[in-house]
Design a protein around this ligand. Sequence first.
Ligand code: ATP
Ligand code: MG
Length: 396
Amino acid sequence: MTISTLTVAGTTTPETTSPATTTPAATTSSAPDTRTTTATLVADDATDATFRRAQQRSERIEADLRVDPTAYRVVTGDRPTGDLHLGHYIGTLANRVRLQNAGVPVTVVIADYQVITDRERPGPLRDRVRALVADYLAAGLDPRRTAIFPHSAVPALNQLLLPFLSLVSVAELHRNPTVKAESLASRRTLSALMLTYPVHQAADILCCQGTLVPVGKDQLPHIELARVIARRFNDRYGHVFGEPEALLSSAPVVLGVDGAKMSKTRGNTIPLGADEDQTTAAIRAARTDGLRRITFDPVSRPSVANLLTIVGALTGREPARIADEIGDGGASALKAVAAEVINESLRDLRARRRELLADPGYLDEVLLDGTARASAAAGEALERVRVAMGMDYFGG
Ligand code: ATP
Ligand code: MG
């Protein structure tokens, strides 16, 4: 199976059949192709059954979406803890844009309350939220089609939390591997907010009737719990919610320059807003191994495979084929290719981002409009919940 041919813009651009080259000129467009494929499935993590099932499911959902893009509602989001990075772009943002352009309804939650799950203070939220909106729009999200809103601005969303909390046990929350990993990484006492992270994420998704969530691998346990919550609510009170599904990209875990998951809080990122020199320097410093021959082997050579996966996702080409072309060029040739492809692919996005950041009034309008649409959806969801639970006292 080859890496898919649907670009973010929703137009079909088959992988080039001309002699392969890994120079930036080979980059077919600035839009990465990030649909999950069997190729990444086998190579990425052969031992993780949940992950494999999620990748297989993602492939089936991609097939469904080609038949009927309105069969799903996408809801997804990010924490405003810092600048968006290449992991976001390849792991989820490009999929959001592609799905939006294919006609799938998309809602993006800026998860501001979730910033304080693993830190004491929220930080410079206003600037970070605006920067997120600028990144979204620069990447191709269209505010006329896609609602973007901050979690804290939609009170009805948070009211869903109370019935949802009754549907999960404390033991289930303690078992959640992402809660465990993030709590450990924060080196702080586990707060009740962190423990209940997957429950408020379920409220984020279900308040907007989300059924499809483009995410990275780290989010799979949370989506699983959102499914459990939707199912248990429906079993107890009658059908109100669809069970949301995760949609993985072809790069479900983009690694940072230190070889761990690229993550805002680890400081190991290639930010979307970095300039070309900063990007080249960061890639040059990225961890690789000492083997001269470049091969695509995610299990025993994860850092090399990571750079190949990034180049593959951004150019719509097979990582193994890119490895063959670099051959005995070693890590320095691989890094030169990666830096050029990343800079080439992000050039337009970065220019649009700069323009958007210069107009904060417009970014705030986008948020206000998204908040109005999300509030209407969340109000309806809450009303259905109240009716289902017998709390519709004033409805006549
Ligand atoms: P933080 O360090 O604050 O948790 P983060 O970099 O992990 O930040 P999030 O806001 O937690 O980013 O994640 C937003 C979305 O981006 C989620 O769907 C997550 O799965 C996805 N994502 C984040 N990092 C990566 C990555 N390195 N590879 C693939 N997807 C990612
Ligand atoms: Mg995170």
